[in-house]
Design a binder for this molecule. Structure first.
Ligand code: HEC
Length: 305
């Protein structure tokens, strides 16, 4: 109610700012889904590298190394060469992946990853809450082949994709009777056995730092975008002022003068124009002419008694 009596300038400003606000909200929603897609693509690329690396290790069974690096003392089994001069240590796929994950997390890469399972042999591989729920969802799902899970958690993007059991895994995750003695010796015959090809064995879990609102704003606000936004403001306000407000004010003044009896004021109405202000101006002009004619008639009648 209050607004209906306010000036056009105020009404238009309100509509303008509301429009800007709605556009910004729409943009933010768009940016949010763009951001999620960007993070997901990044996480998927990391997971694919892990899958490829694991496949390489699993296809050879285990990787044998001739000494242990100081920060990576873990191994599955050790063997000496025939003449006992050399010693070798084996690293199974999960162990090799864990060491790769450690190395990657110390580089400048934004993404960190790890492999985990509900049936974990190594306590260091125990899943957290997000990972546990992702594993359960993959196990419950009928067609998990193309699936992933994602979440935003305390400033981090979380991503999980299932690891399926393949033929090459059965040696150590199938029947315990077929398993290498080293595996039984180290982890027993209970844990993480009895899988079939195609089962969900665990997940690759990827973490990425989430983008904050500030990051998004920073990406958006640069000299070009600020310049364009200012231009939009200017266009709207200057153009509106010149085409509508100033002309309406002038027309109102002229019409008031006509009402006060001043009939010879100029009214600039372009005749071939579709502009509504021109339209009103023409109408006022016609009205004035009618008033002039009516007044002349009246004066004539008055002067002829
Ligand atoms: C040479 C034996 C061996 C082979 C082959 C093997 N694994 Fe494992 N796997 C292990 C051992 C031992 C662990 C124990 C944890 C560790 O070393 O980190 C493990 C752990 C895992 C884990 C992590 C959870 C845990 O138990 O700590 C997953 C997931 C896994 N394996 C999946 C696979 C898949 C999938 C394949 C086939 C592509 C495979 N493994 C092949 C021996 C093997």
């Amino acid at each position: 109610m209050l607004l209906s009596r306010s000036s056009l300038k105020l009404k238009f400003s309100l509509v303008f700012f509301l429009t800007v606000f709605l556009v910004v909200v729409a943009l933010l929603i768009g940016v949010q889904s763009l951001k999620t897609r960007q993070l997901r693509n990044e996480a998927m690329a990391v997971a694919e590298q892990v899958v490829a690396f694991r496949a390489w290790v699993a296809n050879t069974g285990v990787v044998w190394v001739d000494h242990l690096a100081p920060e990576f003392r873990d191994y599955l089994s050790r063997r000496a060469s025939g003449d006992k001069t050399l010693e070798f240590f084996s690293k199974n796929p999960a162990l090799a992946t864990r060491e790769l994950s450690d190395i990657v997390s110390k580089t400048a890469t934004r993404a960190t990853f790890r492999v985990t399972s509900d049936e974990y042999r190594n306590p260091a591989n125990a899943p957290d809450a997000f990972e546990t729920s992702a594993i359960q969802l993959f196990k419950d799902s009928k067609d998990a082949k193309q699936e992933y899970r994602e979440a935003f958690e305390s400033g981090q993007y979380r991503y999980a994709q299932p690891i399926f059991v393949q033929q090459s895994c059965l040696k150590c995750h199938g029947d315990p009777k077929d398993a290498p003695p080293d595996v039984i010796e180290k982890y027993g015959s209970q844990k993480a056995f009895g899988y079939k090809v195609g089962d969900v064995r665990g997940i690759i879990s990827v973490k990425l730092p989430d983008m904050t609102v500030l990051d998004v704003v920073r990406t958006f606000l640069n000299p070009y975008t600020i310049g364009l936004i200012l231009l939009a403001f200017l266009l709207n306000f200057v153009y509106l002022r010149q085409t509508l407000i100033v002309r309406l004010e002038r027309l109102a003044k002229t019409t008031e003068s006509i009402a006060a009896g001043q009939m010879d004021l100029p009214l600039e109405a372009r005749t071939d124009s579709h502009d509504e202000v021109d339209h009103v101006t023409r109408a006022v002009d016609l009205l004035r002419n009618s008033v002039v004619v009516a007044m002349r008639r009246l004066q004539k009648n008055l002067s002829q008694p």
